[in-house]
Design a protein around this ligand. Structure first.
Ligand code: NDP
Ligand code: 2IT
Length: 449
């Protein structure tokens, strides 16, 4: 049996209850076949694939906190430190009721390759909790974050493991976590990224994932003789990534006509009003239905039924899934292709199912997966770490121009890697191969560990 198939079988047998993790590993290992086949004997002897699919460690802990009524609540906290061959573990913290070990492991695994692609010295990890921030008061959020960090602080540090934001974790949560870390460890250090600007945060980190997604998408279009100017774009989600993707797309002359959240989606043929979106989502922390209520040109649709492809039903040139995993399935991909979509670039992590990805690729859609397309967030987190280490802050323009250089560089790195292995235009394989090669070189150099 081929080495890749052997390890895939082992991963499935060892983690039978972890569908998202198995999905992420299947996608990566399948696309690594040409590289693995070229080095089969060496990689097998060194157990490279067994080591790269098994986290360095997985930490799970109780997070008790007191709600506003005086009731004690208990959540489960996670930190999966996946691979630190090229730098300290780095990756976000997801706070969402769906969080479980499978989801944190898939995110940590993807983060290893993504972080490698940034060219910056960061390893991969991910954390989170099944805590639901929706409807909680600021006080409850603080109590949860303090309790979460009380335990997590034992395992992280500026040179060990540096968490950041993800779904449900933004500047407010990072602030509460930073305060608690400082208090417990008595260290004022860059242990978290996405911090506020008055205490070590980086300009442009808030915008970085969405902006980076558009810098890469623009380069992809350019290399196919197209531009963003005048293009129609569908975006899903309406959080951090979606908001700044929409903003940058419109700055580039495109028109973003959709957004979504977990309760519904909007179609706004005149183009999203970014100021209104920020007012509804960032200031009021309200639902998208409030955006539609305040904007004449926008239609609101309740959570999709089985026959409604939501934002993917709208005729667009470019689709940017920016909400969550497996939100774009085969039927959605068919709807996009039928409407003539040219490019799909993932702002979220693993938003497109494997079947949908294959369908898009088979139908000539330029498809760039999240490991490459959304790497701008973590890349800018690494720039925040650099600024913290030298105790200086760079201007918005300086960070933004580095971010743009990194994203354009990632596009060419994945394009070149795909070409090198005879898979021109397969940016999924290109990203996995380019990310993998650097990590494996470091793993081999560091011996069996
Ligand atoms: P936010 O919490 O800011 O926003 C998440 C958005 O996605 C919200 O609109 C939310 O809707 C929607 N959403 C979340 N879960 C679901 C679900 N199960 N079903 C339907 N809609 C859902 O998170 P981010 O914008 O930071 O993250 C979005 C994606 O981007 C995630 O996949 C994340 O891992 C990825 N990412 C984030 C980076 C970052 O720097 N923040 C960097 C790279 C990737 P609702 O409010 O109704 O829950
Ligand atoms: O998925 C991701 O890359 C993130 N949530 C950002 C991680 C980070 O450390 O900035």
């Amino acid at each position: 049996m081929a080495y890749v198939d052997e390890v895939l079988e082992q991963v499935k047998a060892k983690n039978p209850d972890q569908p998202e993790f198995i999905q992420a590993v299947t996608e990566v290992l399948n696309s690594l076949r040409p590289v693995v086949e070229a080095n089969e004997e060496k990689y097998r002897k060194l157990a490279i694939l067994e080591r790269i699919t098994e986290p360095d460690r997985q930490i799970m802990f109780r997070v008790p906190w007191v709600d506003d009524k005086g009731q004690v609540q208990v959540n489960r906290g996670y930190r999966v430190q996946f691979n630190n061959s090229i730098g300290p573990y780095k990756g976000g913290i997801r706070l969402h009721p769906s969080v479980n070990l499978s989801i944190i492991k898939f995110l940590g695994f993807e983060q290893v390759f993504k972080n490698s692609l940034t060219t910056l010295p960061i390893g991969g990890g991910k954390g989170g909790s099944d805590f639901d921030p929706k409807g909680k008061s600021d006080n409850e959020i603080m109590h949860f974050c303090q309790s979460f960090m009380t335990e997590l602080s034992k395992y992280i540090g500026a040179d060990t493991d540096v968490p950041a934001g993800d779904i449900g974790t933004g500047a407010r949560e990072i602030g509460f976590m930073f305060g608690q870390y400082k208090r417990i460890r008595d260290l004022y250090e860059g242990v978290l990224t996405g911090k506020g600007l008055t205490y070590g945060g980086s300009l442009a980190r808030t915008e970085a994932t969405g902006y980076g997604l558009l810098y890469l998408t623009e380069e992809l279009m350019k290399c196919h003789g197209e531009s963003m100017e005048g293009k129609t774009v569908a975006i899903s989600g309406s959080g951090n990534v979606a908001t700044y993707a929409a903003q940058k797309a419109q700055q580039m002359g495109a028109k973003v006509v959709t957004l979504s959240d977990s309760t519904g989606w909007i179609y706004d043929p005149e183009g999203i009003d970014i100021d209104l979106l920020k007012e509804v989502k960032e200031v009021k922390r309200a639902r998208l239905s409030e955006y539609a209520a305040a904007r004449k040109s926008a239609e609101y649709h309740d959570k999709k039924d089985a026959n409604d492809h939501g934002v993917w039903n709208i005729k667009v040139d470019i689709a940017l899934p920016c909400a969550t995993q497996n939100e774009l399935n085969l039927d959605d991909a068919k709807a996009l292709v039928a409407n003539g979509v040219k490019a799909v670039c993932e702002g979220a992590n693993m938003p497109t199912t494997i079947e949908a990805t294959e369908y898009l690729q088979a139908n000539g859609v330029w498809f760039v997966g999240g490991k490459a397309a959304n790497a701008g967030g973590v890349a800018t987190s690494a720039l925040e770490m650099s600024q913290n280490s030298e105790r200086l802050s760079w201007s918005f323009e300086e960070v933004d121009s580095k971010l743009k250089g990194i994203m354009v560089g990632i596009y060419h790195a994945i394009d070149d890697a795909a070409k090198k292995y005879g898979m021109e235009g397969n940016y999924v394989a290109g990203a996995n191969i380019a990310g993998f090669e650097k990590v494996v070189t470091a793993m081999i150099a560091q011996g069996v560990c």
